[in-house]
Design a protein around this ligand. Structure first.
Ligand code: SF4
Ligand code: SF4
Ligand code: SF4
Ligand code: FES
Length: 950
């Protein structure tokens, strides 16, 4: 999938219409959908009309006057970008008069533009340069002595791109990109006429403005005015490879633009079906971690975690790990070892790790980090709808009329989806936000939520029940849909339950803290406002009733008939890039790939025959069980690929004690992360740029990950797992990840039609992909639910056991921020830290005042599990009684405070509700002091490592 750098820009966006229009451009007959511009119609016929202010990702603006054409029967020279086609139109794009007009326009532009093309970073990839050539500009009659913009100062404040106003032609593409594509409205055209110029915010630097550094303006700029610093440093790229972002569950498609083996820039792929040519700051700019000096590229071993690391060959490291696992199993039984897969890894890698555990270790002790994020989604949606996955494609949001966002913060966590959502809201769709914090979507530029249900953390189920109560008690349910599509008995039971007065918004107001009339208004809007779509995140799942809430959401969608077509649905916004895939690939202790229970004999027989081993019929250990078993001595060895449980999992001190108790901890990762500090074997990982495979995003979309540069450590991650399996005596003779996918497809009904050849042909595929849906399934449950009849489940609200008290009067809830990602291992090693260099504790002014806490003060946060210290951010985003932090920095110790409470069905930790006390302090917590000492010791032991063969 190597391609050239430039892609064809058709000038204006595609239009969708059932009616087509026939016209003639320069004697060529063209047929296009009604509403198409003349500029685009010409481009589709292969005719290039000069243009500057138009580009096919933005609505036409008509300011540069370069795209003028002659249309028979019409006076003058209309701009082809803003002129829609008409039946029978006859267009001429190249006449003597047009050539003269265009040269005149270009002459004016060039007369106020530096003539430094040869030393300009855009040389060879500049639309202004191209257009000067296209219109045949040979001289500029106006001198440079007059008034001009050539001495304007450059803004280099953004770490990733520069703004050089001396090169600006005021085409407004950047301003429109920020508005239309990103939805941030950070840029304006300041001044009028000749004095007009682009300005971030109120004539601020980019860094001080509202800009979120998505880069859409840089991509849209036809000149070198907005330019990536990487291109300025490295020069124009020469080839590109299409691949998939390794950060969040949106799964944006990118062109990695390369010079040799170096990535020069990442450009969101226009044909990417998840992102439609857009990206956020992480995917576009934060890829520098892949070549960060902290990368460890040599395998290492040590007998004890107090020993210095020894750098060894791959063979020695793998041989040592395998012998340790075998020794432990011989001494303590087959179940004394296990593995953890990561949602950051590819499907193929994840599949191999669970296969290794099941076939080579001979047990089912395999779990994934989805355990700590979206395992309730799998359970809840499988139970109610029949499939453990979201129901829609992201495109679907453009057909939604009422959108509920529950426990998700898309502008930070899923930014590219958030941009689509904001666009839809600007078009008129209504928004309901259910969140304890005032997230940006509640009241942002040109986006205001109709209702913000600012509930207390831990009361989601009460809220969803009260929404359903209003809908049923006011007769707003979709009775026909329910009668036709859902199980009647279950519905009747649920109906009787939900109609009880105790589920009314008035009865639950004291629990949720949400005024009953707001709940009633939101419920009415959702039930009667047209297509209703629900999007949710970890604010739903990471609770003691996470699975109950997912089922409550499914109940709500079914009761209102909002399933089975575009514009509706139940949409889990997955945190990491491959959460969906890690679950699909069977990295759960109770499920084989495709969500089939290990106790199912037919499924087991299928895998036993393919893998040539006998499989255990009993579920294995979940992550929390593995940790508990480590502490009681029955679990002693673990293979962890791409996961950092010492930072990401709850109750850090419990996790690290368990790791310390094990005899063989094998970590495969890019960096010596917090977990690797407790490891005995370190196997260097490969970044997403260094390997082939696939990721599956929140839409069930399987997208290719392509190797754009050789692995720094010499091996792709899947090759390392293959080596380990072989050393354990279980050969895995794969030569390429495509063969692993072929095996997955053979053994997994929803993947039967998936292959690398098809992925290359289609770009990406939403599973199920099989004989019934050879090109995949954008919308699920269209005619019937996967389980047959939709199942309503009674969702009794049970308050969490984590209660506030006099000692712990506040509730701590956690989340993420745009510029950082998860444990921060990647983003902390990029310039993204300029936006967020530490985790802070957000606290409401009244809670701060009563404790004598001011902005920036150090505050101690104490829970029943532990204590840590952060700096305070006093903000009215919070509600009184609730504090909030992110968890991107290990030294913050956010998970030292979180408890081991978890979802009743899946053990997903209750990160979102921890009772705490907060008070001003002057020094780090005891845990932070120990953490620092331990980290320094481990850094020292790493520095002392031997060289290979020494
Ligand atoms: S910065 Fe670039 S896109 Fe924006 S107005 Fe200037 S030339 Fe056009
Ligand atoms: S980088 Fe994105 S947010 Fe910032 S000004 Fe450009 S388009 Fe707007
Ligand atoms: S939205 Fe997510 S997938 Fe897309 S570029 Fe940003 S981090 Fe990557
Ligand atoms: S491209 Fe049409 S007016 Fe600029």
């Amino acid at each position: 999938m190597i391609s050239t750098i430039r892609w064809k820009d058709l000038g204006t966006p595609a239009r969708v219409s059932e009616r087509t229009v026939d016209l003639e451009v320069d004697g060529i007959a063209v047929t296009v959908p009604e509403g198409t511009s003349v500029l685009r119609a010409a481009a589709e016929a292969g005719i290039s009309i000069p243009k500057l202010c138009a580009t096919d990702s933005l609505e036409p603006f008509g300011s540069c006057r370069l795209c003028l054409v002659e249309i028979e029967g019409r006076k003058g020279y209309p701009a082809s970008c803003t002129t829609p086609v008409a039946e029978g139109m006859v267009v001429h794009t190249q006449t003597t008069a047009l050539a003269k007009l265009r040269r005149g326009v270009m002459e004016l532009y060039i007369s106020d533009h530096p003539l430094d093309c040869l030393t300009c970073a855009a040389n060879g990839n500049c639309e202004l340069q191209d257009m000067a050539g296209a219109v045949g500009l040979r001289e500029v009659r106006y001198g440079y002595e007059g008034e001009n913009h050539l001495n304007q100062a450059k803004d280099t404040s953004n770490p990733y791109f520069t703004f050089d106003p001396s090169k600006c032609i005021v085409c407004s593409r950047c301003v429109r990109a920020c508005e239309e594509t990103q939805g941030t409205f950070a840029l304006t055209i300041d001044g009028r006429g000749f004095a007009s110029m682009v300005s971030p915010g109120q004539k601020e630097d980019f860094m001080d403005s509202e800009c979120v550094s998505c880069g859409a303006c840089v991509q849209a700029c036809p000149t070198a005015t907005l330019m990536e610093k990487s291109v300025i440093d490295q020069g124009q790229p020469e080839h590109s490879v299409i691949t998939t972002c390794a950060y969040c569950g949106v799964g944006c498609s990118f062109r990695a633009e390369m010079k040799g083996n170096d990535v020069v820039r990442m450009i969101p792929h226009k044909d990417g079906k998840a992102n439609r040519g857009h990206s956020c700051v992480k995917g576009r700019f934060a890829f520098g971690y892949a070549t960060h000096p902290d990368r460890i590229t040599t395998p290492m071993i040590r007998a004890k975690i107090t020993d210095p690391w020894k750098a060894v060959s791959w063979e020695e490291a793998i041989g040592y790990a395998a012998s340790e696992f075998k020794r432990i199993q011989a001494q303590h039984g087959r179940g004394a070892v296990g593995g953890i897969t990561s949602s950051r890894c590819t499907n193929e890698e994840t599949y191999l790790v669970q296969k290794l555990v099941r076939a080579a270790f001979g047990n089912n002790n395999v779990d994934t980090c989805a355990r700590v994020c979206h395992s309730p989604t799998g359970y809840g949606l499988k139970t109610t709808l029949g499939e453990s996955a979201g129901t829609q494609a992201f495109d679907s949001v453009m057909k939604a009329d009422v959108i509920i966002i529950i426990g998700a913060n898309p502008t930070d966590g899923h930014p590219v989806f958030a941009s689509r959502l904001k666009r839809r809201i600007r078009e008129g769709a209504k928004l309901v936000v259910a969140d304890p914090r005032t997230i940006d979507l509640v009241d942002g530029p040109h986006v205001t939520a109709s209702y913000h249900l600012k509930l207390r953390p831990g009361t989601n189920v009460a809220l969803v029940n009260s929404l359903a109560h209003v809908i049923l008690s006011e007769g707003l349910e979709a009775a026909d849909f329910v009668a036709e599509r859902c199980d009647a008995k279950d519905y009747a039971k649920w109906r009787e339950f939900i109609m009880q007065d105790r589920n009314s918004p008035e009865a639950l107001e004291a629990d949720t803290g949400v005024p009953a009339d707001h709940v009633r208004g939101a419920a009415r809007l959702f039930a009667t406002g047209g297509n209703g779509a629900i999007y949710y995140g970890l604010g739903v799942t990471e609770h003691s009733q996470g699975s109950t809430m997912v089922m409550g959401i499914a109940n709500l969608a079914m009761a209102t008939g909002n399933i089975g077509r575009e514009g509706v649905g139940v949409n889990p916004l997955r945190g990491q890039n491959n959460v969906q895939g890690a679950c699909d690939m069977g990295s759960f202790p109770h499920e084989l790939p495709g969500y089939r229970h290990v106790s199912d004999g037919v499924t087991r027989a299928l895998f036993e025959s393919a893998w040539g081993v006998k499989l255990e019929p009993e579920p294995g250990l979940r992550i929390p069980n593995m940790l508990d078993a480590a502490l009681d001595g029955s679990f002693r060895g673990i293979y962890i690929e791409g996961e950092d449980i010492a930072q990401s999992d709850p109750d850090t001190q419990h996790v690290t004690a368990a790791l310390e108790a094990m005899e063989c901890v094998v970590v495969q990762d890019l960096f010596l992360n917090e977990t690797a500090k407790f490891a005995h074997v370190f196997l260097p990982g490969s970044s997403f740029l260094e390997k082939n495979g696939t990721f599956t995003n929140a839409e069930r979309r399987i997208s290719p990950v392509r190797k754009v540069t050789p692995p720094l450590a010499g091996k792709e991650d899947w090759e390392v797992t293959v080596m380990l399996a072989e050393a354990l005596g279980y050969p895995m003779p794969y030569k390429h990840p495509s063969e692993i996918m072929d095996e997955i497809a053979r053994l997994t009904p929803t993947f039967h039609g998936v292959s690398y050849a098809k992925l290359n042909a289609l770009g990406s595929i939403q599973w199920p992909c099989n004989d019934q849906a050879p090109e995949g399934t954008p919308t699920m449950h269209i005619d019937e639910f996967v389980r047959g009849k939709g199942k309503f489940v009674i969702t009794e609200y049970v308050p969490t056991e984590e209660r506030t008290s006099r000692k712990f009067p506040l509730i701590l809830t956690t989340g993420r921020i745009l510029s950082q990602y998860n444990v921060g291992a990647q983003t902390r090693r990029t310039a993204n830290s300029m936006w967020h260099e530490e985790d802070r504790l957000e606290i409401h002014p009244s809670d701060a005042e009563t404790r004598g806490i001011r902005e920036g003060d150090w505050v101690g946060i104490r829970s029943r599990a532990g204590e840590t210290v952060l700096r305070a951010k006093v903000t009215e985003r919070m509600q009184p009684g609730v504090v909030y932090t992110t968890f991107h920095f290990p030294e913050s110790g956010a998970n030292v405070i979180t408890t081991d409470n978890s979802d009743w069905a899946t053990n997903c930790p209750e990160y979102k509700v921890t009772a705490v006390q907060v008070e001003p302090v002057t020094q780090p917590s005891e845990w932070q002091r120990r953490f620092r000492e331990f980290s320094e010791t481990q850094a020292d032991l790493l520095a002392k490592r031997d060289s290979v063969g020494a």
